[in-house]
Design a protein around this ligand. Structure first.
Ligand code: BG6
Length: 498
């Protein structure tokens, strides 16, 4: 499929995502020589702009964000494929004009091309855009070519809104032509989880409640609400912005059963089973016991002063939105009985780091261990999603010397030293997959809806109960609220130090 001509239409093309991620991804795909032939991008947005001005703006973005740098020659030829189309999102005439533009491109190519519609606009614009695409007949591929849609996140803000968005999508595109993007699935390290588990005979036999004590997933960010992000973020919070999508995707990859093959549906069938097996957290008491929400107060991150969450630009000074959340999750399957999965994600933490750590049970008896020595002495498999991508296995060894002392040491695999070249960006992989018709790394309708179903109960306990669980606090630049440490301490465990 990749070898067929293709036009991509980006809705919301003047936004941040287009400048920071989408265009640099296409540019890098071009640098690798993997762009479909006779490729074109049309930016669709409200503001008035010429192709030239649009290209110049994107060039600035590409200079700052391209993974492989910016080559003037390559940009010059690549940018010739970029066009701008001005229209309101609700104006049918604008879509009809878009159709004529796409037809004109087809005429220049001498044959119809595939069409990929990319929804990168504000979430409230998704529905009108889809309705207009359908009203203008653009959802039907021309001359036997396909038309597909890629939906950016957030995909709804609760179950009801996700269902209603899904029904508009379904009225416009078949599920097989619908690509709900979750860029965490495009990360090399996330894709590698399946290979690590299912291609290595030493891990999978131990990958269950008999050998695993618990699993931790941490996603730390050292940023706050920069770049006017507070406006959107304050309506979402960490649970909706990160857990419902990215963190649940990582969780399913760690917890899923082996798929029978690598087809999109086999993989997604197994992933959705994990989400459905999450033990529901219903009511303020269960939520209070298993979920910790918090806001940062003023502090400093790496020596730079930061304001508190409620003082951030475009954030409500009385906001009840959580930029930090930690959860204890149980997965009610045979494999995971009694194994807690702890997830924490937050803004304004000391550093940017996403990792999964699998903590194995200790041997039944350790003759060398003296009291105190057992702390932090379990076998741990650490999957570093980003940065410093790699996998480390922590094992116990004898400290050299006369005494029989144990010490934890680390066997480490690093992408940077094992593979000669840098990995492609998540968006490069996902855009090419959407063009090639491979939906394996995209969220399916039932996956998204089941995830919201679980998340909705927590939001309900927080915002719609008479006895809502506490909103905790942590100074910016610290590792989160004390309550999150207590969550693990109650189980006799600790967060891994990052
Ligand atoms: C986005 C969230 O989906 O992912 C942001 O909306 C977050 O709040 C970002 O910062 C993190 O992505 P990455 O790839 O930098 O870990």
């Amino acid at each position: 499929h990749r070898a067929e001509p293709c036009t991509v239409v980006i809705f919301g093309a003047t936004g941040d995502l287009t400048h920071r991620k989408l265009i640099p991804a296409f540019y890098n795909i071009a640098a690798e020589g993997d762009l479909p032939p006779q490729f074109k991008v049309v930016g669709f947005a409200r503001r008035d702009k010429t192709d030239e001005v649009f290209r110049a703006e994107l060039e600035t973005g590409n200079r700052q964000n391209s993974r492989q740098g910016h080559n003037d020659e390559l940009w010059k030829s690549f940018s010739q494929s970029i066009h701008y189309h001005r229209s309101e999102f609700e104006d049918l005439e604008g879509y009809k004009a878009l159709g004529r533009l796409l037809d004109q491109f087809d005429a220049e190519r001498g044959a119809p091309a595939n069409r990929l519609f990319y929804l990168a606009a504000a979430p409230e614009a998704f529905k009108p855009i889809l309705e207009m695409i359908r009203a203008a007949g653009l959802n039907e591929g021309k001359g036997g070519k396909w038309a597909r849609v890629v939906c950016e996140k957030p995909f709804g803000k609760d179950l009801a809104s996700a269902q209603s968005l899904n029904s508009v999508v379904a009225a416009t595109f078949a599920e097989k032509d619908t690509y709900r993007i979750d860029h965490y699935l495009g990360k090399e390290t996330a894709q590698n989880i399946m290979v690590l588990r299912f291609a290595n005979s030493i891990f999978e036999p131990n990958w269950n409640s008999r050998y695993i004590d618990h699993v931790q997933i941490t996603c730390a960010e050292n940023l706050g609400m920069e770049g006017g992000r507070g406006g959107y973020y304050d309506t979402a919070g960490a649970l909706r912005d990160m857990v419902q999508n990215h963190l649940f995707q990582l969780l399913t990859l760690v917890a899923m059963e082996p798929p029978t093959d690598l087809s999109a549906d086999s993989v997604r069938d197994e992933k959705v089973k994990v989400i459905r097996a999450l033990r529901p957290l219903v009511g303020p008491e269960a939520v209070g016991k298993n979920v910790v929400r918090a806001q940062y107060t003023a502090g400093s991150v790496n020596g730079v002063a930061r304001v508190g969450y409620r003082q951030e630009d475009r954030v409500n000074p009385e906001s009840q939105t959580e930029p930090y959340v930690a959860l204890r999750l149980m997965i009610d399957t045979w494999r995971w009985q009694g194994v807690p999965f702890y997830i924490r994600v937050g803004k304004q933490l000391p550093k940017k780091a996403t990792e999964i750590s699998v903590h194995f049970k200790r041997p039944p008896q350790v003759p060398f261990a003296t009291a105190g020595m057992l702390k932090n002495s379990e076998n741990t498999l650490v999957i570093r999603i980003q940065p410093d991508e790699g996998i480390a296995l922590r094992i116990l060894c004898k400290q050299p010397g006369q005494a029989m002392r144990m010490q934890q040491v680390k066997m480490d695999f690093r992408y940077s030293s094992s593979f000669g070249k840098a990995s492609p960006e998540a968006y490069e992989r996902l855009l090419l997959d959407a063009v090639a018709g491979d939906a394996t790394l995209f969220a399916r309708r039932d996956e998204v809806e089941n995830a919201w179903k679980f998340i909705d109960e927590i939001e309900k306990a927080w915002h719609k109960s008479d006895t809502p669980p506490t909103m905790h606090e942590y100074p910016a630049g610290s590792w989160g609220p004390k309550a999150a440490d207590d969550l693990l301490r109650a189980d006799g465990r600790e967060w891994r130090l990052l």
